[in-house]
Structures are given as structure tokens and as C-alpha cells.
Design a protein around this ligand. Structure first.
Ligand SMILES: [Mn+2]
Length: 320
């Protein structure tokens, strides 16, 4: 935790009357959780401030609240805070650059530093935990309601794989304790996250019967538009099953390839051993040491990535 930089961020939030928080494209629980959590902290502490969370609504996260729609001129004179986003091209609202000042708060391995203040802590397993670092450091001044607690809990839960992934430590649970102290009720969170539609349940059956493994231990699946159409699920829903491939003893790496609109192929890569972030970088992607995304473009490049991942798995097993 960089206390000095968090102080700078606190001072800017205190200084600005208008604050816009922006998420990344195709936002996940951590991203929207960070945005709504931070918005709640600012609004609860300073009710007179104008605070917006801009981005995209995502169905299964709608219990966190709707994002704000704002006109271009709102950015004028505003402090813009980008959360959970490693590079500026991933920022959902590209009007971010028309604000007065930009702060980046993130926990991904940095791709670009793009803020006037960049706060990146790759030691935190979720971006929500950085928002909580800020909250806890200034807990004599900052306030939070149960709405913020719910958002921050949701982001922490989803980005840590329910407290299972690397990076979860004592600080994680001390921060979560703070959320309980501020009115967190987990019932609503679980009743929204632990649901699955009939369609996705049936698609999961298909998914589990159609994954493949490479020679040296990469479990993978190729998701084509016609598969998801047949089961009436979205690509986002289908991709949420990625960790179903993480249960194999003989596969330290697993990858979900999905074809998006315009035949663009993207990968979700996961590992429980070898670092995969460098490999993701080679394919226009990145993220964390053991969890990355990559923009492949074509199935041909997907094959190349798979080959390289297979080599990583091989080397990893040889070193064991
Ligand atoms: Mn995150």
C-alpha cells in the first residue's frame, strides 16, 4: 500500500465537486463493484458532490445498481477515476480524456500508465480491495453505506474466486470485516450470484462434454457463435464457465476461446502454476500472473497461442 499516493487521491476527491468513475469494457464484478463502491463512499461522505459511475450495465450484476448516463459536457471540469483498467483503450467511456484530471486505480500488471495519478497495486487480488485500502486509511473521514459495502464485497468475492486465488491474505479479510461493520448483508449478494438459468445449465452440460486437452496439459474449449445460439446463452454467460476447466490434475493451464462478432477470437486464460501474463502480452492481452485475457483476432492465432501454452505446461511439469 502506498499511503502517500492514497493521500494524494484522497485530497483530489475532496477537492473536486464533480467526480466521474469509469469502468472497463465488458465490466466484471470487480470493476462495477469498485465503481459503485467508490461512488457510494464519496456520496455518503460528501452528499453535496456530483458523482457518477459510467459504463455498461451487466445483467447478473444489476443488483449493484444502474450505471449513470451523462452528457458530454458533464466531463468538463470533472475528476475522472478509472477503476480496474490496465490500459486506456480498455476504458469503457472514451470521453474520459475530456475531464479535468484523471486518476487510474488498478491491480492489473500495468500496460500503460495513463493517469495524472496512477495507483497500481498488483499485490491486491481485486480492485475493490484498493478502494478499501483508501477507505480504511482515511476511516476517520470517509463513510460508507450498505450499498457500497455490498458492491465492494461482490467485487472482492468474484475477483478472488471466493477467496481462493493467490493474493488473498490477512488484509483481504481485515478489509472484508470493515464491510460487515458498515452494514454488509451477504444474503442479497449470494442470491444474485448463485443463480443459473435453465439455458446456461444445459449449455454447461454441452461445455463439459466438449472441452479438449493438449498433449502436455492445457485444457481448452472453443466456443463458436452457433453453439451459444443453439443454447440461447450469451458469450459472456458461456465464458463465465471458464473455471470448469480448472479441475484437472494434469492441466496446470486452461483456456477458453470464444468467437465474438466479426469473427474476432478472444481468450480467457487461467493457470495454477506457470505464469501466463507474458504469453498473454504476446497476443495483445494481459492481466495477472495466473489469470489473463488475450485478443487473438483469428482462430489461426488461437492455435498458435495454444501451442505456446502447451509448451509452458510442458516446461512447468518438467521443473516439478
Ligand atoms: Mn479486477
Amino acid at each position: 500500500m502506498d499511503k502517500e499516493k492514497l493521500l494524494q487521491i484522497y485530497e483530489k476527491i475532496e477537492e473536486y465537486q464533480k467526480i466521474i468513475i469509469s469502468v472497463h469494457k465488458r465490466p466484471d464484478g470487480d470493476c462495477l463493484g469498485s465503481a459503485f463502491g467508490l461512488k457510494d463512499i464519496i456520496k455518503t461522505t460528501w452528499p453535496e458532490k456530483e458523482v457518477y459511475a459510467v459504463g455498461e450495465n451487466v445483467g447478473y450484476l444489476s443488483f449493484l445498481g444502474p450505471v449513470d448516463e451523462i452528457k458530454d459536457n458533464v466531463f468538463k471540469g470533472a475528476l475522472v477515476i478509472s477503476v480496474d483498467t490496465a490500459s486506456e483503450d480498455r476504458i469503457w467511456d472514451q470521453r474520459y480524456s475530456t475531464g479535468d484530471m484523471l486518476i487510474k486505480i488498478d491491480h492489473h500488471i500495468p500496460v500503460h500508465n495513463f493517469g495524472d495519478i496512477d495507483y497500481v497495486d498488483t499485490g491486491r487480488p481485486s480492485c475493490t480491495l484498493i478502494i478499501m485500502d483508501l477507505f480504511n486509511l482515511f476511516n476517520d473521514k470517509l463513510k460508507m453505506s450498505d450499498i457500497g459495502a455490498k458492491a465492494l464485497y461482490t467485487g472482492t468475492l468474484t475477483d478472488t474466486g471466493r477467496f481462493k486465488y493467490t493474493g488473498v491474505d490477512g488484509d483481504t479479510f481485515r478489509s472484508v470485516a470493515t464491510l460487515y461493520d458498515n452494514g454488509l448483508s451477504t444474503k442479497e449478494v449470494y442470491s444474485n450470484l448463485d443463480v443459473r438459468t435453465d439455458q446456461l445449465t444445459k449449455y454447461k452440460g454441452y461445455f463439459l462434454q466438449h472441452y479438449k486437452k493438449t498433449e502436455n496439459g492445457v485444457a481448452y474449449i472453443n466456443i463458436l457463435p452457433r453453439h451459444v445460439k443453439k443454447f440461447k446463452v450469451s458469450l459472456g454467460e458461456a465464458s463465465s464457465l471458464v473455471n470448469e476447466l480448472g479441475y484437472f490434475d494434469d492441466c496446470p493451464i486452461w483456456i477458453l476461446f470464444a468467437e465474438y462478432e466479426g469473427k474476432i477470437v478472444r481468450a480467457r486464460m487461467r493457470s495454477k502454476g506457470p505464469a501466463i501474463d507474458k504469453l498473454a502480452n504476446k497476443y495483445d492481452g494481459g492481466g495477472h500472473r495466473l489469470a489473463c485475457g488475450a485478443n487473438l483476432g483469428t482462430w489461426k492465432r488461437a492455435k498458435l497461442l495454444l501451442k505456446e501454452a502447451d509448451l509452458l505446461a510442458k516446461q512447468y511439469k518438467e521443473e516439478l
